[in-house]
Design a binder for this molecule. Structure first.
Ligand code: ATP
Length: 366
């Protein structure tokens, strides 16, 4: 589907399926079109082009309350004068279920969200996380085909957000209902999702499992939005068995090809995650890509030391070094060797490499 607001393309030709029972997240910076996509699935917006099928039936023009989906927003409105139990009972009662069926469903859902002991309380007597669980129970109690969640944890503090991430995943597993989840928080998406659609400027850039997206991003945008990544400009020099040769960082290295074919002589980007970079005093031997570098800065962070280095050509290199590497005390200015196995690298299509400021801006605005 495509969604235009006048001339502005908010969602450009998004085309994907979500499996029944899947925890599917849409992730991207502010304004990338994820909420608009969710609102089209919910029925609050109509696609300009294309269609949405729910269990095989085209629902593109069906109003929200007639689609078998339910939405939980960041600012969920519980009925303040009703108890928790009555808040959850509201849905099945309005569907005119019998008393026994209403009781069965409400009790079951309160059990799932672990609020059985709070059934008689009013929303104002609950914490933020508990209120959010009431909102979830209320949205799930009519067994929708899919639950749509728009940044539902956005109003909670960081600690509670972490707890609720695990809670949400547990609840989703327990009820087996499809969750479609919108977030700008990559950690949240990585923690909970079966699959993630990474969106950028109205386009779905990549869809995959958290590990696929982290280990094999398709683009420089995905690589830099999910986790930290070293990204360097390079030029393809030809293939070398299963690998390619790339001139990069002032030398030529073997690297793992990505999904996009790059012709010999073509521009490319090399990606290596900082935790895959090894740092040593001696030049390592064996089948590794090696670059000479100088330490420029280092920060001790308990389990890892975050090292900033400069390659011979001046390119920055980031290494997250764990205790197993057993390094001597390093200081800025020290010459070292950095290396990684060719499998730890990935060749991506050439693109502008975001600076630290670009990344901060992208994450801030979200
Ligand atoms: P956020 O995380 O900030 O909510 P988002 O990725 O969910 O961002 P959307 O809300 O989907 O982004 O918006 C995508 C783009 O479409 C934005 O540039 C937004 O300004 C625009 N947009 C959304 N709704 C409308 C509307 N009703 N009229 C005009 N433009 C809109």
């Amino acid at each position: 589907m495509t969604k235009r607001f006048d001339d502005y393309v908010a969602v450009a030709d998004a085309d994907f399926s979500i499996a029944s029972g899947e925890f599917f997240s849409m992730l991207g910076p502010s304004g990338c079109g994820k909420t608009t996509t969710l609102r089209m699935i919910a029925g609050f917006e109509t696609p300009t082009e294309g269609a949405i099928r729910l269990e095989g039936v085209d629902v593109s023009t069906v109003p929200p309350h007639k689609r078998n989906v339910n939405t939980v927003f960041q600012h969920y409105a519980l009925f303040p004068h009703m108890t928790v139990w009555d808040n959850v009972a509201y849905g099945p009662r309005s569907l005119k279920h019998g008393k026994a069926e209403v009781k069965r469903r409400v009790d079951e859902m309160l059990e799932v969200v672990r609020l059985t002991d709070f059934a008689k309380r009013k929303p104002s007597q609950l914490s933020g996380g508990q209120q959010q669980r009431v909102a979830l129970a209320r949205a799930l109690v009519n067994y929708p085909s899919a639950l749509l969640l728009d940044e539902p944890l956005g109003a909670l503090d960081l600690k509670l957000r972490h707890v609720m991430q695990f809670e949400l995943k547990r609840i989703q597993r327990e009820v087996g209902i499809t969750f479609v989840y919108v977030t700008h928080d990559q950690e949240e998406a990585l923690t909970m999702s079966d699959r993630i659609a990474v969106m950028n400027a109205g386009n779905v850039e990549q869809i995959g499992s958290p590990t696929e997206i982290y280990d094999r991003p398709n683009t420089v945008f995905v690589a830099s939005f999910i986790g930290q990544a070293n990204l360097w400009h390079g030029q393809q020099q030809g293939s070398d068995g299963d690998y390619a040769r790339l001139s990069v960082l002032g030398t030529t290295l073997r690297a793992r090809p990505g999904d996009t074919t790059i012709e010999t002589g073509g521009q490319a980007t090399l990606m290596v995650r900082p935790e895959r970079v090894r740092v040593s005093m001696e030049r390592p031997s064996g089948d590794v890509a090696t670059v000479s570098a100088t330490v420029t800065d280092l920060v001790f962070q308990g389990p890892v030391v975050r090292l900033q280095l400069a390659a011979v050509d001046g390119s920055p290199i980031l290494a997250h070094v764990g205790p197993e590497q057993d390094l001597p005390l390093l200081r800025p200015g020290d010459p070292v060797h950095v290396s990684w196995t060719p499998d730890a690298s990935l060749i991506l299509p050439a693109a502008d490499i975001p600076t630290t400021e670009d990344l901060e801006e992208m994450l801030d605005d979200s």
